[in-house]
Design a protein around this ligand. Structure first.
Ligand code: NAD
Ligand code: UDP
Length: 310
């Protein structure tokens, strides 16, 4: 059994990942500064002997007593709404936070896992996006604080692999959703679910023809585990290749929620990517991984996980 540090542990994916690791019998140290994360996400783990929570900002020096087998760096501002509100913190956690966590892994002789993103491809000119695609990111654009911090993070991970022989994994994560997401985090699925369940109109930005491909949380976490168990030291796309327009998503959420909500169009945020879909050939081949939960099933499970109103 391994001793694993998970930064961003109180966030959406962090909490699912801690859950999975504890279930497998590992010792988990979750670290988070709670800038967007919710301690409630971890409530169910506090009973576990093998779980500890460490409130800490990973852009500051990280001290962890004892040995570590893995450092898993998930901490980031992750929603476009949050990273636009905190561009400097976003750049710092992708740059300084990645540097500090890499330094910790080197010190402990631990393996290192980096949560990168499909946003390294920016507003892509090829669709779907294979790992070889180098992307279309505006370095001075409104999303650059996030995109460039992750691109820099990947470069730093590669440098630690090459200079210090660190054993590294890089997941390029595409849009993922599920229980434990903050309904107010601004990302499209929690926003639409909240709107549909309260009878508000669903706010589709632009004409809704832009596409995304949505992966259910448990599928992604299975991908994380397979990547950790592999020896692939280069970036791997993890996401669901079932590409949908945002209009299609809005209609599906309204239908599944049995809602009377309408759809209203609001201005498209500048440089919102027009398409996004993972080419998962590499994950299929190298990890034997592909998603299994359909969008409808995942949306139903997500809605079922919400507390019923009094
Ligand atoms: P999230 O916002 O739910 O969780 C991120 C966590 O990081 C939060 O709990 C936040 O408090 C914490 N954090 C931020 N800055 C920190 C700092 N300086 N020190 C310590 N903790 C800090 O996001 P998520 O959806 O769970 O995403 C997890 C990781 O996966 C992120 O790195 C994100 O960029 C990446 N990712 C997620 C998606 C997705 O669709 N969910 C897609 C691509 C990439
Ligand atoms: N979006 C939308 N309405 C919302 C929130 C988002 O139409 O209330 C759109 C957004 O413009 C983008 C897509 O949904 O085209 C996905 O947005 P999200 O913020 O979830 O993540 P992104 O993939 O842009 O990082």
């Amino acid at each position: 059994m391994s001793r694993i540090l998970v930064t961003g542990g109180a966030g959406f994916l962090g909490a699912h990942f801690c859950d999975r690791l504890l279930e497998e019998g590992h010792e988990v140290l979750a670290m988070d500064n709670l800038i967007t994360g919710e301690p409630d996400n971890l409530d169910e783990f506090f009973y576990a002997d093998d779980f500890t929570f460490h409130e800490h900002d990973v852009t500051e020096f990280i001290h962890v007593p004892g040995e570590l087998d893995w450092v898993v760096h998930l901490a980031s501002l992750a929603s476009p709404e949050f990273y636009s509100d905190h561009p400097i913190k976003t750049l710092k956690v992708g740059a300084l936070g990645t540097h500090k966590t890499l330094g910790l892994a080197k010190e402990k002789g631990a393996k290192y896992f980096f949560a990168s993103t499909s946003e390294v491809y920016g507003d892509p000119e090829v669709n779907p996006q294979p790992e070889e695609y180098r992307g279309n990111v505006d370095p001075f654009g409104p999303r650059s604080c996030y995109d460039e911090s992750k691109r820099y993070g990947e470069s730093l991970v590669r440098a630690y692999r090459n200079e210090h022989d660190l054993d590294v994994r890089i997941a390029r994560i595409f849009n993922t959703y599920g229980p434990k997401m903050r309904l107010d985090d601004g990302r499209v699925i929690p926003t639409f679910i909240q709107q549909a369940l309260t009878g508000d109109d669903l706010t589709v930005y632009g004409d809704g023809s832009q596409t995304r491909s949505f992966c259910y949380a448990s599928d992604l976490i299975e991908g994380f585990r397979r990547l950790m168990e592999s020896d692939v030291q280069t970036p791997v796309n993890l996401g669901n290749p079932d590409e949908r327009t945002i209009n299609d998503l809005a209609e599906t959420v309204i239908e599944l929620a049995g809602s009377d909500s309408d759809i209203v169009n609001e201005p498209l945020p500048p440089q919102d990517p027009k398409v996004r879909c993972p080419d998962i050939t590499k994950a299929r081949k190298e990890l034997g991984w592909e998603p299994t939960v359909s969008l409808r099933e995942g949306l139903e499970r997500t809605m079922d996980s919400l507390p019923t109103p009094d």
